[in-house]
Design a protein around this ligand. Structure first.
Ligand code: TYC
Length: 108
């Protein structure tokens, strides 16, 4: 009985042109920052870092002090949508508590 299977590329027919694998750029990542101001209580910033960025109290205190001394500090690096969500959550929480604390993101 003759072979009933369809011809496969590379099985003796026309030469197959190997296609280079498509180079897919990794998705962009975004750094989420807290900015310093003169009014937000230090304790509130520590709570924000624990609540929204899963830091323990020690780590949160270190980041808060860095922001206080240097003007801004990194909360984390995330894909776009997660970074946007964090920024909205932090700014919403600060607004509700009537603190001027600002959270911003920029492409890493
Ligand atoms: N500078 C504020 C103060 O002295 C504390 C503070 C820290 C505010 C970090 C914002 O992101 C901030 N009370």
């Amino acid at each position: 009985m003759p072979n009933q299977l369809p011809a496969l590329p590379g099985d003796g027919g026309a030469p197959v042109l190997e296609k280079a694998p498509a180079k897919v750029a990794p998705p962009p990542r975004f750094t989420v920052w807290l900015l310093n101001d003169d009014f937000t209580p230090m304790e509130f910033v520590v709570i924000v870092l624990q609540k929204f960025f899963s830091m323990d109290r020690e780590q949160a205190t270190q980041v808060m002090l860095r922001v206080h001394r240097e003007g801004r500090g990194v909360c984390g690096v995330y894909p776009r949508e997660l970074a946007e969500t964090k920024v909205e959550q932090v700014n919403g929480f600060s607004r509700v508590h009537q603190h001027p604390l600002q959270c911003v993101m920029e492409e890493a």
